[in-house]
Design a binder for this molecule. Structure first.
Ligand code: UD1
Length: 388
């Protein structure tokens, strides 16, 4: 069986690594081709993950790069169509909800190739999120939908997807977390910080003395969604809260996404952030480095879907800077570690005060057990009549 899998952006890499490793156990049954659309291209957003997670180099890189949504999706479809026509796979596997996922899903079906979607059925019901559109389109087209949890499967059934296409397998990203946990634990917290400090480029206060991190006494911030960082008012007030309330209580580590860094500079917020004692701005971190920080953080502020899930499994109290989530299983209401706080500062302050001295309560939803790739590959082995 010929399987072509697709990655494009950073959150895809930790989802594809376990699948490729599992497929490689059956070289007589599967021929595999890895296509990278090139949506993310900086070494720290890209190659670093291939090396750390031992993902083989992509067989093809479409090098589509950055651009508007239409530019990215359009360029991906044009380039991907050629690769599909050349290689004629039996199945195309896409993961997650980035532009690469949706562009390659559409192309797969137009080329009459069977489509599998890993991480299907997640819904925020918020069409202002580009990822929600990507999820809906991809799921509408997929021949098999691998879901992470029962709520995701329910969403699909409500949309009329026949049960025969839904495979509840669990969360493949947690395969990667469980496999890499011990290696991450060996890293030294302060060395991770020292080795990844961002160069403030001579901004006043850029050479301030560094606070030392102690276990369970620092917060992590990650922000990258356009809804949080593209509006000066929203981004400015979030930053102000972090620099005043949070930095007063504990050290704050903030690995900056390229979009966030750019917006901080455009909005004139850069100098103040560089000068604030207690704020440690870092380059985008590698997989093990961020996992290491997360394992002993007192608190996480994030708008990332993947981090909500990782905080759930690790038990890190998580303030999710969004009004909704496509991953409700990670919320406190369902036993998880995350609470939605949007970007209203009073609400954030209230939840922050409630949770800043909270306990870590790890929670592993059913089937988030490190064996998800095994279940997915068992499906494909059945498909080619090779099942156990
Ligand atoms: C994309 C995904 C988002 C995911 C995020 C993780 C979509 C619609 N969004 O958002 O779901 O959570 O990745 O990071 O697919 N840039 C660089 N170097 C890079 C990549 C990007 O500097 O390697 C900069 C460029 O200025 C680019 C901007 O970041 O325009 C945004 O990148 P893009 O891939 O368009 O979206 P993300 O915000 O990363």
């Amino acid at each position: 069986m010929k399987i072509m899998s697709v990655v494009g952006a950073r959150p895809n890499f930790m989802k594809i690594a376990p699948l490729i490793r599992e497929l490689s156990k059956y070289p007589d049954q599967f021929e595999h081709l890895l296509v990278h659309t090139g949506q993310h291209y900086d070494a720290r957003m890209n190659q670093a993950f291939f090396e750390a997670l031992e993902i083989p180099a992509p067989d093809v890189n479409l090098e589509v790069g950055s651009g508007s949504h239409a530019e990215q999706v359009g360029r991906t479809m044009i380039c991907f169509e050629r690769v599909v026509r050349d290689w004629r796979p039996d199945w195309i596997v896409v993961v997650g909800d980035v532009n690469a996922t949706c562009a390659c899903a559409i192309t797969a079906k137009k080329e009459h190739v069977k489509l599998a979607h890993i991480e299907a059925g997640l819904r925020s019901f918020d069409l202002d999120m580009p990822e929600e559109i990507n999820r809906m389109v991809t799921d509408r087209l997929a021949d098999v939908l691998f879901t992470t949890d029962g709520m995701a499967s329910d969403n699909l059934r409500k949309e009329g997807v026949p049960q025969s296409r839904i495979q509840l397998v669990g969360n493949i990203m947690i395969d990667t977390l469980l496999r890499n946990r011990e290696r991450a634990a060996e890293l030294d917290l302060n060395q991770v910080v020292r080795e990844n400090l961002l160069d403030c480029g001579g901004a006043p206060g850029g050479s301030k003395p560094l606070p030392k991190l102690s276990a369970h006494d620092y917060a992590i911030v990650t922000l990258h969604r356009p809804s949080n960082v593209d509006d000066r008012g929203i981004f400015g007030s979030l930053l102000e809260f972090i620099l005043t309330d949070c930095c007063r209580d504990m050290a704050v580590v903030w690995p900056l996404h390229p979009r966030t860094r750019k917006q901080m500079q455009v909005f004139g917020l850069w100098e103040k952030a560089c000068a604030t004692p207690g704020l440690l701005m870092l380059e985008p971190l590698g997989y093990h480095e961020l996992l290491r920080l997360n394992m002993q953080a007192r608190l996480m502020f994030t708008d990332s879907g993947g981090l909500q899930e990782e905080c759930c499994v690790l038990g890190t109290p998580c303030l999710t800077l969004r009004d909704n989530t496509e991953r409700p299983v990670t919320l406190e209401d369902f036993g998880g570690a995350s609470v939605l706080v949007g970007h209203d500062i009073d609400q954030i302050r209230c939840q922050y005060n409630r949770r800043k001295n909270g306990q870590r309560v790890p929670c592993c939803p059913p089937l988030w057990d490190g064996r998800v790739a095994e279940r997915i590959v068992a499906f494909f082995r059945d498909e080619c009549g090779m099942g156990a």
